[in-house]
Ligand binder design. Structure first.
Ligand code: IVH
Length: 673
């Protein structure tokens, strides 16, 4: 062997060893960057001497050429399934059967049966074949007799060693275990799929299966798969092995295969039950999904006596957890209107027990989601509730669809108030345009109306508004002005004094500005700044109410979404009625004279205020600027004329400098004013 080859082998052994420390023992000796350095060293040598590359090299996990199809693999020893137990009683019966058979065979020692208890991993079973310590084949379980040759993909899973550690392994060794995708990786994968308009996976098991069945192993390599082994298949008889399942697992571990760290020996029914409870409590906090516990008689001698029935061993059982997924029927699709007017379709379901609770509703989020799932009334769907996550419709069971149910369509009018439903381009949410009137939005609309930057009604807090609505004393913001002293004083925690004070504040709020009033209406996407822009441009409410789409679009900073929202809002008869009622209460604002406003010294100038000012609040600075005709916005753009920077100004100043916008210190600003 050449010196270079010796060096290469040493490097590979080192990398394999550190892989084992990291994945199998979960106890790395070196840092990730040190590992990467070793790997790069190996890559460099191999790049210069491609003739020295071997299949078991840690650099050779990802194949370059996609397959045309998978070859089939016949399992030399069939891959069996497990019998299930769904209750403690069923487990007791299983235990009793074992005791009876062992007694009959005169092998029972009157002690508790020792079980190897392991999590039942919710992934897919695979078989790995090692010849002389080298991974030569990886296959799926398939139907138990024949599976698919997914060696290329198996090789990309870092928790699967390409070469076994040590030298005391059998010449031929088949390892069996489960390939899983961890929950975090699954969420992340679906996020990426969603971003790229790709297919979403229903659950981590499906994602693992889909990933392992990729013809292009470069795709598999990007998927967060891992592996735990739980047994052996065929083994050549050139080495002697221990006589319990648990000791066998430890031997596999010493060869570099990862076993599940939750595995434990338990004694009899009591021990099994305690383990079940412990893992059940831990279930949600595990990084991967488990759907139960597998108990295996630990003694291999016992296993041999017990043998098999049908396609499952008599010495093992799967004690299932309550399922995270169940099927049920969609009875209807209702529309819920939220406090902000957003319309959410909700599936009404035939009640089903899943993930520990009875589920009879599941949100369908929006029209896009309904189209993605192609869910229709009458369909059978899979509902999933894992952890504390809200129940989710995973998919429709199309094979159970009866007849030709109609596709779901978002209503054109709000089911609560009848106003037009708006969905703007490039937005997924549909919302009700009857903000001032709609019962669903009542509380939120009035809270917004009374808020400081809107009508600024002192002493009218959120709680009080909710109480007034709940008592039926107000339905719209206009009703606020009809409240009597008697009504207010009789409310809980409201005395004579606070009632008088509130009535005074209501009276005072009637003297306002057009900008504040427009903002107070709560038109979608019309914030404080946009309201000011609209007030400045139209100078009167009537003109704004009658504005055309094109006129709105022609205003600087008004885009099609705001234009559409404004138009639709004023088109709703009920909104107009509330506005009329508001004006009848005597709400008024100074007439803005266009000549005067044109003549203002800062009209046409745009300011951004950032950081903390020492002599005034940002709001005061803003009002001072606006009084001089300036516009004040929240973000710096090429349209900004000045940035006023107080203490700790942050990134806005950097942006201003980049764009060449003039930055004023507080001192300069005061002088400027
Ligand atoms: S032992 C003959 N142990 O469950 C026994 N199986 O229902 C063979 N599984 O196809 C399986 N975790 O995919 C065993 N710790 C575990 C397991 C496990 C998950 C799966 C495996 C198998 C299925 C049987």
């Amino acid at each position: 062997m050449s010196a270079l080859q010796i060096k290469l082998n040493k490097l590979k052994d080192e990398l394999n060893y550190h892989n084992y420390r990291y994945y199998v023992l979960d106890d790395p000796e070196i840092s990730d960057s040190e590992y990467d350095k070793l790997l790069r060293e190996l890559q460099d040598i191999e790049a210069q001497h491609p003739e020295l590359i071997t299949a078991d090299s840690p650099t050779q996990r990802v194949g370059a050429v996609p397959l045309a199809e998978f070859k089939t693999v016949k399992h030399e020893m069939p891959m069996l399934s497990l019998a299930n137990a769904f209750s403690d009683e069923e487990f007791s019966e299983f235990n009793q059967r074992i005791v009876d058979i062992l007694s009959k065979a005169k092998k029972y020692n009157n002690k508790d049966i020792q079980y190897a208890a392991e999590p039942k991993l919710d992934g897919l079973a695979v078989s790995l074949l090692y010849e002389n310590g080298i991974l030569v084949q990886g296959a799926t379980r398939g139907d138990g007799t024949t599976g698919e040759d997914v060696t290329q993909n198996i090789r990309t899973i870092e928790t699967i060693p390409l070469k076994l550690l040590g030298s005391d392994f059998p010449a031929r060794l088949e390892v069996r275990g489960e390939v899983v995708m961890d929950k975090k990786g699954f969420d992340e994968l679906n996020r990426i799929q969603r971003e790229n308009n790709g297919k979403l996976f229903a659950n981590p098991r499906n994602a693992a299966a889909g990933s392992l069945r990729q013809l292009d192993s470069r795709i598999t390599a990007k998927r967060p798969l891992s592996f735990f082994c739980y047994g052996m298949g065929i083994i050549s008889d050139d080495v002697s092995l221990p006589d319990t399942h648990s000791a066998l697992m430890e031997v596999l571990k010493s060869w570099g295969l990862r076993i599940n760290p939750e595995s434990q020996i338990v004694a009899g029914v009591k021990g099994a039950q305690a383990y079940y409870q412990r893992l059940f409590d831990k279930r949600e906090s595990l990084e991967y999904e488990i759907d139960g516990i597998v108990y295996k008689v630990d003694s291999l001698e016992y296993q041999k006596i017990l043998g098999f029935v049908a396609r499952a061993p008599r010495w093992a059982i799967a004690r299932k957890f309550p399922a995270h997924e169940e099927m049920t029927k969609v009875l209807g699709i209702d529309i819920q209107v939220g406090r902000t007017g957003a319309l959410t379709p909700v599936a009404r379901l035939e009640p089903v027990f899943v993930g520990g609770v009875t589920v009879s509703n599941a949100t369908l989020h929006n029209q896009d989601e309904i189209e993605r799932l192609d869910i229709r009334v009458g369909d059978t769907v899979v509902i999933r509730r894992a952890g504390d996550v809200i129940p989710q419709v995973v998919n429709v069971v199309l094979s159970k669809r009866q007849g030709k149910p109609r596709k779901f369509k978002m209503p054109t009018h709000c089911p609560v108030c009848g106003s037009l439903v708006v969905r703007n381009e490039n937005e997924v949410v549909s919302y009700c345009s009857g903000g001032l009137f709609c019962e669903a939005q009542r509380k939120q609309a009035i809270i917004h109306f009374a808020s400081r930057k809107a009508m600024n009604i002192d002493g009218l807090g959120d709680k009080l508004i909710e109480l007034l609505v709940d008592k039926g004393l107000i339905k719209t913001s206009a009703d606020l002005y009809t409240l009597t002293h008697e009504q207010l004083a009789s409310l809980e925690r409201m005395g004579d004094k606070s009632a008088t004070k509130l009535l005074k504040a209501l009276q005072a709020s009637k003297e306002t500005t057009l900008a504040r009033f427009i903002f107070a209406l709560g038109i979608h996407d019309v914030g404080e700044t946009t309201a000011k822009t609209l007030a400045d441009h139209f100078q009167s409410l009537e003109k704004l109410e009658e504005a055309s789409f094109d006129e709105l679009l022609s205003i600087r900073d008004i885009g099609p979404v705001v234009a559409n929202n404004v138009i639709t809002f004023f088109k709703q008869k009920h909104n107009r009625e509330v506005i009329d009622a508001l004006l009848k209460t005597g709400i008024h604002w100074p007439k803005v004279n266009s000549q005067v406003s044109q003549a203002q010294p800062l009209s046409g100038k745009t300011f951004v205020i950032t950081g903390t000012l020492s002599d005034m609040s940002r709001d005061e600075a803003k009002q001072a600027l606006q009084a001089l005709g300036a516009k004040v916005t929240g973000s710096v753009s090429k349209n900004t004329d000045y940035v006023v920077a107080g203490e700790k100004p942050g990134s806005k100043v950097d942006k201003a400098r980049q764009l060449g916008v003039e930055v004023l210190t507080e001192e300069q600003f005061k002088a400027f004013l």
